[in-house]
Write a protein that binds this ligand. Structure first.
Ligand SMILES: [Fe+2]
Ligand SMILES: [Fe+2]
Length: 359
């Protein structure tokens, strides 16, 4: 199967990639700000205040600066990258930047639109972190002459409306899975420094601790409002778990060179990330997906193959291409539905929600 990463050759290609929404690319969100304003975090006040003190302490304030050797190291290593790896790495930079900036925009908008002092302060801190992350990624794109105009991206990308509870499930998960992804890469390259093909990976450990803490914030919000974690909402939690896992699987498998260069196999890497994420999410979700169920692995692969065939149809265009795209999109959705009904594992929530990033 050929991978379908569309090539980034110019600054326009990079901007187009960031602004275009596909089923598997990062999106921008808006939500119901009045409902956000009404959130009450009193039931978790002590844990909340401890977390806010960590944000205030800002132990990463000096982290997102490039050291003297960064640009030179990037230049030297760039010569050793194959053209395929280079393309996948650029794709990785653009999609990571888009998703960091998506968080930045959302958190900033919530901050601007609420008066609730707890939520306002939290959003201010998280937007601060995400803006550093996005800026740091953008400086690596600029080395290639492919920097993205973030003001323009904010104005021109379309926004998806999500009810607050969907924001909590989706954002909580993307923060935690983001942590798991970065720490796995960091640990691998710590063991095999010869496979570190860009200096940006040296920043991942302290970086992913920010994401871990962002996830903690949403965990506390949900624990303070336990109705979000019960009854019919458990069906939504299952849906978001599966959607986030499947999206990651498809995206990683369209970029096989990237993981190979790090000495990681995409499927094994993804399952390690699922395992870490499953463990973490027990702090707040009453269910986890059974990733060891044989049908789980098989069907993920089916979804990936459907997505590739749908993409090929889209690329071919015309009536036949569009039919092919429609057919394989529906086929992929049907596999997704089947996976949704694989039994999940239940767990009782721990007394305290807080975790430390110990992976
Ligand atoms: Fe981030
Ligand atoms: Fe984050």
């Amino acid at each position: 199967m050929h991978n379908q990463v569309s090539e980034i050759k110019s600054v326009e290609d990079a901007a187009k990639k960031a602004v275009t929404n596909t089923l598997f690319s990062p999106r921008f969100y808006t939500t119901d700000y009045e409902a956000m304003d009404r959130l009450n975090i009193e039931p978790v006040r002590a844990e909340w205040d401890a977390m806010m003190a960590e944000y205030e302490g800002d132990n990463n304030h000096d982290h997102f600066q490039r050291d003297a050797s960064f640009a030179e190291e990037a230049r030297e290593l760039a010569h050793k990258m194959s053209p395929e790896l280079r393309q996948e790495f650029l794709d990785f930079l653009v999609s990571s930047l888009t998703s960091e900036f998506s968080g930045c925009v959302l958190y900033n908008e919530i901050k601007r639109n609420v008066n609730n002092p707890d939520i306002k302060k939290l959003m201010e801190y998280m937007a601060r972190d995400e803006s550093r992350h996005a800026g740091f990624l953008n400086s690596s794109l600029k080395d290639y002459g492919l920097g993205i105009d973030l003001g323009n991206l904010k104005r021109s990308k379309s926004y998806t409306y999500f009810k607050p509870k969907y924001i909590f499930y989706a954002t909580y998960l993307s923060e935690k899975i983001g942590y798991a992804r970065y720490i796995k890469i960091f640990r691998q390259l710590e063991k095999h420094p010869d496979k570190r093909f860009h200096p940006i990976f040296r920043w991942f450990q302290r970086w992913c601790n920010d994401e871990f803490r962002h996830g903690e914030s949403f965990a506390l919000i949900m624990r303070a409002n336990p109705g979000l974690l019960k009854g019919g909402n458990v069906l939504w939690i299952r849906f978001f778990l599966l959607a986030v896992y499947a999206t990651m699987y498809v995206r990683d498998h369209t970029r096989p060179e990237l993981k190979q260069a790090m000495g990681l196999a995409p499927t094994e890497y993804d399952f390690d990330v699922f395992r870490i994420t499953n463990e973490i999410t027990k702090q707040v979700f009453p269910v986890t997906l059974d990733i060891d169920h044989p049908a789980f692995r098989e069907n993920l692969d089916r979804i990936y193959r459907c997505a590739m065939k749908a993409d090929a149809g889209k690329a071919a265009g015309g009536i036949a291409g569009n039919l092919q795209k429609a057919f394989w999109s529906v086929a992929g959705a049907a596999v997704f539905v089947r996976m949704y009904f694989i039994p999940v594992k239940s767990n009782a929530l721990p007394a305290s929600a807080r975790l430390v990033p110990s992976w």
